[in-house]
Design a protein around this ligand. Sequence first.
Ligand code: SF4
Length: 373
Amino acid sequence: MNKKPLCVNPYEGMIIDEYGRAKPCPPYLPSSSDINIYNYFTHPEILELQRAHLEDEELPYQCRVCKTNEEKYGSSLRFSKNIKDKNYKVGDFDDGTILISTSNACNLKCLPCSYSSFPRIKELIEIKVLNKNQDIGLIDISQDKRDKILEIIEQYNFSTVSLLGGEPFYDKVTFQFIEELIQRGLSKKIKLYFTTNATNIKADRVTRIQENFKDFDIDVSIDGVNEVNDYLRYPSRWGQILTGIDILKNCNQQFNIRTAFSNLSLLRYPDLITWALQNDIENLYLCSVDDPEIMNPQRLPLGLSDHLHKKYEMLQNLSVNNTTKMSIEAATGYATNLDESGFAESLGFFKRHDQHRGTDLLTVFPELTPYVR
Ligand code: SF4
């Protein structure tokens, strides 16, 4: 019997992209280019991954993102998805979480986003951050692939379905797929989860999910308050976000705030925490931006340390729940360990966006003025 902590993702996880390619979790980097929804459960690479994890061997090369993060930061998706008391064997897949990219259709071009929004990829090519050969088409997951995914969810008892978008309230395919889960009779056994940018939330769609799924959890992506969010989640307007949040509240829909925690969001995260608490929003968590690395949260001038110390000090004694407490701790950790070595490169990246979009970094973040030559 296996009693060692091990990563659950090779047994309970699956992530599928718009092309039908499959892997156990977002950081996994497959060696084989042919793993897909039709062969995933018998593919030698996946079965070998399960065996290597069960036998507690050194992490396979495909898990190198977790390995590096564990060495550098002492944390990884593997650590957060560890279990101690399940008896898996090679070939087991059961009762897990399936993540599905239904489309890359999105109405925004968020600054920390580098691949999941079609208009954002187009913009990155226009400002020459990505090269021209990048695939910039609008991609929806096809009907035959959706049918296969429904079959997989049923056969392997996936109990949580997480839809990665595009933006679910903008992209048509996401709600088609939600309807297909309902029509197939699967929804009552499923917890549905997705993230929205809150610019386009529709009450009737929220209600449709609430009435037909076993559970529904929703994250709202917000990276700052007011013009900070507008700058980072371009071209959204703060008023749209407030309207979206009101709709969720009126539908009695529980939601969390999820922040793409970049160097710019770090500058104003305390304001976001304060705003959320004033508006009775309790669950805030953050995902640090590693890609693009240029927006890594620690990439800020060391000269800002004292200024940030004062801002973050005010958060330490707030009465908040555990989720928010952990986010405050993580954010404070980044704020006290700034690394200015790549900041000049980050400034160049923001400047290119300002020129293209007609925005102005220093109007929104005047505290950076002394560091811009
Ligand atoms: S160790 Fe990391 S990359 Fe490997 S399966 Fe687990 S979460 Fe995925």
